[in-house]
Design a protein around this ligand. Structure first.
Ligand code: HT7
Ligand code: ZN
Length: 859
């Protein structure tokens, strides 16, 4: 297989000035006429041919400067054009006509049809499936796009920028011309056409300019767009306030589509979203859905500056835009929480995701630095490392430079690079230069994979009242250079006289001496998770209990609880009286945020527990975790019952952080009560299920019944399906809930249910959301049911990867990652996973996407 290497980057030999596309939309035969103004590029050499990428295209004709041109070669991936006018020294016009077949496009890259409407997805390399092009992010051009279609089938025709003309054409066709005033790379191109309707608002931005905002959806979904619009308006205001960045277009559109590979796409002025991240109503969307919509709308909007105005030189720099934009959306969502404790809750959630998903990736066969050096298929590198660890790296700049210093760096970055395609070094240089800091060592975060470990040793001298802290960093891989690690810390003493400090660990081993410490302190370190590291710190239970009950850093307070629970579970111990008492105190504390309590009482996920083991027995971990949870459910049942009453949120539903936090604690209480005694508490859960005025409560009750094997589960599941049959996103939840059910004694294995669900009339192999709600939910989100000693889960996985690959390689490759950590498992799991991987590897027709993932897993 072909590998692409970062260090082999060469600037383009040609570039484009103006690009005019004329697209006649037809599901079976879309004709694309592309007129390209070709100019010598930075690496121009006279006489070199012009090579344009093109995939799955039917070539029709080529003209240069208006005349038919015959000097070219076609191959399945490109067209090579020779004998250019004046050897390509001056601008010339290339006109190519080609045809593509959107209705056959199940990969959902390029131009495709979803429910009768046309959509595009061009990042990273989808544009070459629409027309022949220099499909690379450092070629930025000005686009004018003419869309033509049958008016009855496609009354709405959208593309990037401003609508400059509309016209009726013969035979029931019509056309629209869109002009994008900003030069952009091809990956930001978009078109949408079909039967859609929108809600719209006009807002005034900081400079006094009026902007038209639209959210386009299928007509029956119009009543579910308000929250997305509110989120968009909030994002626009936030970016002006926090970063001085204004919306630069007269019109900004979001379009929702039910068939989409990822969450959303930041096409210039025409964002395309998975319906999951647009549509919400209290009856159909959970609090988590509302929060995700806010953050994804923010994320795509923030790309308008971090990604679109300043883009990436090449795809190795992906984290330049993604890490930075995730950081920005995390900060936006944190600010929207409206309080310090809300911010902390958001931080805990983000770190939990990082540790559950990214830490395993960084320790597995697909580990890569946030800026990878090599890839076979770029689609495989839209990873939690590039995104979430990338965001942590950006956060560390802010921790080191301060919020104001970080802002100065951002200002300089835009001043220097607006309109350019740049690298991660350019971002680092802007941060360093704006603050007069040498950040040379910080570069290691971009080039070294693996989660660094920091060993903590402390020594307190009673006589001298000195406290010495020694930190030693070690990297996950050999021959790595030390990282520049910002560690926020504070010594907790009864006198409460020590302030929070920032330590910068830059050497392999460093010590700090603290004077006048009146008693042995309790160390609170890596506060707020200031660095994405693993701490090797053997802190005794008493200290952890102190931190859990009184650390003023909410993140570390939560972290202490997680560590305690983890130690008990991994040692297969039930919580003792002291820990139960600490949990009780926390639950009863009237000053604590309910959302924080819910997080503090939620046990570490199995995926995170696996990473703490040298050899994973998934069934042992599952039973130990379950037993521990059952103990807290039972011992604290009085508290859970009281909280269930206290946390009710009567009146109209609101998705705000405070109300959502109360619901999350109430529903945790319900789930604990069901865990303690399903026979007693099922009636209350059924009552909540039937009378809920919002999806969070209805779904939580249903989930509690299903997961705990209640006799009422079946009837409620059937009711749920018939209530929401016509709402695809809710039916996804119905599928996902059943596929995520952990094993229950005396109930048939979840895999049997999953097989049945795969045959269900509403199951569709070519809809990514539906596939993820059944197959990915089972194989990647239900460890205890998936990891069966007979290997049945793995055989199912192999079959699903092979079935999905020809339909949608990206969706299949994501699933293929499900056995990444096979070497970590004990027997018989390990051998059975290996056999399943070999089975997939044996296929002769694997896509590049799946081939890369499987071959790296087996290497
Ligand atoms: N920048 C967007 C990436 C994306 C994507 C990549 C590959 C295949 C399909 C895709 N859809 C969207 C998403 C984002 O980070 O905003
Ligand atoms: Zn993004």
């Amino acid at each position: 297989p072909q590998s692409f290497r970062r260090l082999e980057y060469r600037p383009p030999n040609f570039t484009f000035g103006k690009v005019a596309l004329d697209i006649a939309l037809d599901p079976a035969r879309t004709i694309v006429k592309s007129s390209l103004e070709v100019l010598p590029g930075p690496e121009f050499k006279p006489g070199e041919p012009l090579v344009l990428q093109g995939q799955e295209l039917e070539f029709v004709s080529l003209r240069i400067n208006g005349a038919a041109h015959r000097h070219f070669e076609l191959n399945p991936e490109s067209i090579t054009i020779h004998s250019l006018p004046n050897e390509g020294r001056e601008a010339f016009m290339v006109e190519i006509i080609s045809i593509c077949v959107p209705e056959k496009n199940t990969s959902l890259m390029g131009l495709y049809v979803s429910n009768g409407n046309f959509f595009t997805q061009c990042e990273a390399e989808g544009f070459r499936k629409i027309t022949y092009f220099l499909d690379r992010p450092d070629v930025m051009a000005r686009y004018t796009v003419t869309l033509r279609a049958r008016e009855t089938e496609c009354p709405v025709l959208l593309s990037n920028g401003n609508l400059i003309h509309k016209e009726k054409l013969p035979n029931g066709w019509h056309s629209a011309v869109w002009e994008d005033p900003f030069p952009k790379p091809s990956y930001l191109f978009a078109l949408v056409a079909g039967k859609l309707e929108c809600i719209e608002e006009t807002i005034t931005t900081g400079s006094g300019a009026k902007k038209l905002l639209q959210i386009w959806v299928e007509p029956h979904d119009l009543n579910k767009t308000r929250h997305a619009m509110d989120s968009l308006i909030a994002s626009i205001h936030w970016d002006e306030k926090r970063y001085g960045l204004e919306l630069d277009l007269e019109r900004f559109m979001i379009v929702a589509v039910g068939d989409f590979n990822m969450g959303a796409m930041e096409n210039k002025g025409l964002n395309i979203f998975n319906t999951k991240y647009v549509l919400a109503q209290p009856e159909t969307a959970t609090d988590a859905d509302f929060a995700n919509i806010e953050s994804v709308v923010g994320h795509e909007y923030f790309h308008n500056w971090t990604g679109n105005r300043v883009t990436c030189q090449d795809w190795f720099q992906l984290s330049l835009k993604e890490g930075l934009t995730v950081f920005r959306d995390q900060e936006f969502s944190a600010d929207q929480m409206g309080s310090e404790s809300g911010r902390a809750v958001k931080r805990i959630e983000d770190v939990r995701t990082l540790r559950q998903l990214q830490f395993p990736e960084d320790a597995g066969p697909m580990a890569h630095p946030i800026r990878p050096d090599e890839y076979q298929e770029i689609n495989n590198f839209y990873t939690v490392t590039v995104y979430e660890k990338g965001a942590e790296v950006v956060r560390m700049y802010q921790t080191l430079l301060g919020v104001d210093g970080f802002r100065k760096g951002m200002d300089l970055y835009f001043k220097r690079h607006d309109g350019q395609a740049v690298t991660c070094e350019d971002f680092l240089a802007a941060m360093a230069d704006a603050n007069g800091r040498d950040l040379t060592q910080f570069k290691n975060w971009y080039s070294q994979a693996g989660t660094p470990r920091v060993k903590v040793e402390e020594h307190y001298n009673e006589a001298s009242k000195q406290y010495v802290l020694t930190l030693t960093q070690s990297s996950a891989k050999v021959n790595q250079q030390p990282f520049h690690i910002p560690l926020k810390m504070r010594l907790l003493t009864s006198g409460d006289d020590q302030k929070e400090q920032l330590l910068e660990l830059t050497q392999e081993k460093q010590s700090w001496t603290f004077e006048n410490i009146s008693e042995k302190p309790v160390l609170s370190i890596n506060r707020g998770f200031s660095a994405p590291i693993i701490l090797d710190f053997v802190q005794d239970e008493a200290d952890l209990l102190t931190l859990f009950s009184s650390d003023d850093d909410a993140f570390n307070r939560w972290e202490a609880g997680q560590k305690l629970a983890m130690q008990f579970i991994l040692d297969n111990r039930l919580p003792g009286a002291q820990l139960i008492a600490a949990y009780r105190t926390l639950l009863l504390d009237p000053d604590l945020d309910p959302a924080f309590k819910e997080l503090a009482m939620t046990l570490p996920a199995e995926a995170y527990l696996y990473e703490q083991c040298a050899s994973v027995d998934p069934q042992n971990i599952y039973s130990a975790r379950r037993a521990f949870r059952h103990a807290i459910a039972t011992e604290l049942r009085m508290e859970w019952a009281a909280l269930y009453q206290q946390m009710q949120t009567p009146g109209d539903f609101s998705p705000d952080g405070v109300s959502a936090g109360k619901r999350s604690l109430k529903n945790l209480a319900l789930s604990m009560l069901l865990d303690a005694d399903v026979a007693i508490w099922s009636a209350m859960a059924v009552n909540q299920y039937q009378n809920a005025n919002n999806m969070t409560d209805r779904y939580a009750a249903l989930s509690g019944l299903v997961v705990n094997g209640s006799k009422q589960a079946g009837i409620c599941l059937r009711d749920f399906y018939s209530r929401f049959t016509d709402d695809a996103l809710v039916i996804d939840k119905w599928f996902a809930l059943q596929a995520s059910r952990p094993p229950i004694a005396g109930v048939e294995p979840t895999l049997v249910d999953v097989m049945r669900l795969r045959e269900h009339e509403a199951f569709k192999l070519n809809n990514p959301n539906r596939v993820r709600s059944v197959i990915h939910a089972f194989c990647m989100g239900n460890p205890a049911s998936f990891h069966q000693a007979d290997g049945s889960g793995y055989a199912f996985w192999a079959d699903a990867v092979l079935t999905l690959d020809p339909i949608n390689p990206q969706v299949a490759a994501r699933l293929a990652r499900g056995l990444d950590r096979w070497r970590l498992f004990a027997e018989p799991y390990q051998s059975k996973m290996h056999a399943a991987l070999e089975k997939v590897a044996a296929s002769k027709t694997l896509s590049a996407d799946v081939r890369e993932v499987i071959s790296k897993a087996l290497a």
